[in-house]
Design a protein around this ligand. Structure first.
Ligand code: EPU
Length: 299
């Protein structure tokens, strides 16, 4: 057990908090401590507290790409609150705090006549989570527009990385070891109406192709080079395939939905079957895009 939390004057601390409530997939038992961090000072206190005691620490963004364990998390789960939710614009640059939801950043960029983030339309994550996973779509990823990433290391020391140091790659980066607190994006001036038009088109395409209202964590697998995991799984007949409360979406075969009763085991068994079928029929070893987190950290 983690024990009593440190003194955190600006944060909200929850003991034994069910993580299923904080993820879009709706999986996860309780975290020993779940903390909504209210200020950079508190964030530093938490990082030091965890480092001194060697406690597992997990930084949650929007919770839209994570599958926690049914046992929960034997450490501290933190989420960056209000003090990390800001946007500051100095054209053609835009800076945002890591806790800021991406859809709000896209809105602000469009209003300010700044183009470059439109490919991220419909991605539900926070700025921080999107950066760590280099979230994106077929039209581009967040890393493409990054100028600088502002981070703390695990003992609270500030670091500023440029885009190359952040090591962006397809659905990944080198930022996972750090705590992202904000970023600066380099955008291009464009008429707001044009940006809005582009976002509306991309949003409509996404609505057609992907489930929107069900509990899911987006695409389960990364696309293998030159192929689409969704297409391969669709051709293998996985749409509608079910294990317990976990089911492959009827709309897009790379999405697994939770009908509200799924356990992590259901999810794991279903994705193992998907992986095995693609391996046997196509020779690809599908890599997970969704992060599976066990009681002590990512698995
Ligand atoms: N397809 C099928 N059946 C399906 C799903 C897809 O035949 O059930 C076909 C489509 O018709 C299309 C191809 O597979 O020809 C690719 O599908 P889609 O355009 O939907 O894109 P995707 O490669 O499956 C990627 C990202 C999505 C992102 C979309 C839109 C990955 C793993 N996925 O999906 O990202 O929203 O492009 O740009 O890179 C996510 O990261 O969670 C995510 C959903």
């Amino acid at each position: 057990m983690v024990g009593t939390a440190p003194y955190l004057p600006t944060s909200r601390v929850f003991e034994w908090e069910p993580l299923a409530r904080h993820t879009t997939l709706g999986l996860g038992g309780p975290a020993d401590l779940y903390i909504e961090v209210g200020s950079p000072e508190d964030l530093k206190r938490i990082l030091l507290f965890a480092a001194e005691r060697e406690l597992p620490l997990f930084l949650l963004g929007n919770g839209s790409n994570v599958a926690f364990s049914d046992e929960g998390f034997r450490g501290i789960v933190i989420r960056l609150g209000g003090a990390f939710q800001w946007v500051q614009i100095e054209p053609p640059q835009l800076q945002a705090g890591a806790g800021m939801p991406l859809p709000r950043v896209l809105r602000e960029a469009a209003n300010a006549g700044l183009s470059g983030l439109e490919p991220l339309v419909g991605v539900p994550g926070t700025v921080g989570g999107a950066l760590v996973t280099n979230a994106g779509t077929r039209k581009g990823s967040i890393g493409d527009a990054v100028r600088q990433v502002h981070c703390l290391d695990r003992v609270g020391t500030r670091r500023v990385l440029d885009a190359a140091e952040a090591g962006f790659r397809y659905r990944g980066s080198l930022l996972g070891e750090l705590v992202v607190v904000g970023a600066k994006f380099e955008l291009q001036p464009a008429p707001t109406a044009e940006i809005e038009q582009r976002m509306a088109e991309l949003q409509a395409q996404r609505r057609k192709a992907q489930p929107a209202n069900d509990m899911s964590a987006g695409c389960v697998f990364r696309n293998p080079p030159g192929a689409a995991a969704g297409r391969l799984l669709d051709e293998l007949g996985f749409k509608g395939r079910r294990v317990g409360g976990a089911m492959v979406s009827e709309k897009h075969a790379n999405f697994v939905l939770n009908d509200g009763s799924a356990t992590r085991q259901d999810f794991d068994d279903l994705i193992a079957a998907m992986r095995a079928a693609v391996r046997e029929n196509h020779g690809y070893e599908l890599e997970l895009e969704v992060l599976r987190v066990g009681p002590f950290g990512p698995e």
